[in-house]
Design a protein. Structure first.
Length: 340
């Protein structure tokens, strides 16, 4: 049995978790800052870092308490190295480095985007041989990436957004119509009462052989659509707008996954993770239209959390030829994607 303590502070959630053997979350504590940032219509980096600093010690203590274990029983600590808001990342990293040094525990730096994929396998009772090789989609307010994964720690980037992330486009459209922040849940709720066929949307990046995503054109179309109908706007029209927008935003994800599965026929499954993975319409579309098994995270593991950090940390730990490498603490945070 291997226990990993995970710590996450890349954006606006302060989180800690204890995960056993990479699959079972013994605890997962998350403190979101949504209410703090709502007045600004998005995350303010300096405020986020200060909130992490206030909360992180208590969050880690709570995760250990909920898991019923002590630091002595932890085999290693995993922490988000990046990408993310640099100030926010540094709070979690500095705390984790101090904890690791003081307790003489290995410290595993983890890529936040890649860790989201492991969130999809938490609690999943399926052997690795049935999952991998797989395709993995990470889709949220900051990420829209497709990876080909021959094994749990190898990520080949196949596609990413050339402009807005999918979840980001939901936030921007919600702001356009004065629906508040975050935009995804409120658009999904309104779309349930709307008719997606009422306002046909342009199909972005239509060609299946081109796996890159684009959402800025869809957002611009919504700006123009609102302008054309501003004088006659009513509640049902707003619901129809949301349903039509959502159908194309999610439809692009499914089309690109279908194209990726044709380009990588060895893939045995599709793992979908990130905040947009909580969208129920997306789950229904993916299950109905994709031809190989599709696995989504439990809802509590869709948004940023530390259990996914611990889960990927476990994979790196058990696959390392020499775990003493994780006693070296001279590495730095990174704030942007490492596509190269």
């Amino acid at each position: 049995m291997t226990l990993i303590l995970g710590i996450e502070s890349s954006c606006d959630e302060t989180a800690a978790a204890v995960v056993r053997d990479g699959r079972q979350a013994l605890s997962s504590v998350i403190k979101t800052q949504i209410d703090v940032h709502r007045a600004f219509g998005g995350v303010v980096p300096e405020i986020a870092a200060r909130e992490h600093l206030k909360l992180i010690d208590a969050i880690v203590d709570q995760a250990m308490h909920d898991a019923g274990c002590t630091l002595d029983q932890i085999d290693a600590i995993a922490v988000t190295q990046g990408p993310g808001l640099i100030g926010a990342l540094l709070v979690g990293i500095a705390y984790a480095k101090g904890l690791a040094f003081a307790s003489d525990k290995p410290l595993i730096p983890v890529n936040h985007v890649e860790a989201h994929v492991q969130g999809a396998v938490l609690g999943l009772d399926i052997p690795e041989t049935e999952l991998y090789p797989c395709l993995a989609l990470v889709v949220s307010g900051g990420h829209t990436n497709i990876y080909y994964m021959p094994e749990p720690t190898v990520y080949e980037l196949l596609a990413y957004s050339i402009d807005d992330a999918c979840g980001e486009s939901f936030d921007k459209v919600a702001k356009l119509f004065g629906l508040g922040y975050p935009g995804g849940p409120v658009i999904e709720e309104l779309a349930r009462q709307g008719h997606a066929e009422q306002y046909p949307m342009p199909r972005m990046m239509e060609q299946k052989n081109k796996l890159l995503f684009s959402y800025s054109g869809l957002k611009t179309y919504m700006v123009n659509l609102r302008g054309r109908h501003a004088s006659q706007m009513n509640e049902q029209m707003l619901r129809d707008f949301c349903a039509s927008f959502q159908e194309e935003a999610l439809g692009q994800l499914v089309r690109k996954l279908d194209g990726a599965s044709q380009q990588r026929p060895a893939a045995r499954s599709i793992l979908i993770a990130g905040g947009v993975a909580a969208n129920q319409r997306f789950r229904a579309l993916a299950q109905a239209k994709l031809k190989i098994p599709v696995y989504f995270p439990q809802l509590r593991f869709c948004s940023d959390n530390a259990a996914m950090i611990a889960a990927l940390g476990y994979q790196h730990y058990v696959k390392a030829d020499d775990t003493s490498v994780f006693k070296q603490l001279g590495w730095d945070a990174f704030s942007r994607y490492q596509f190269g």
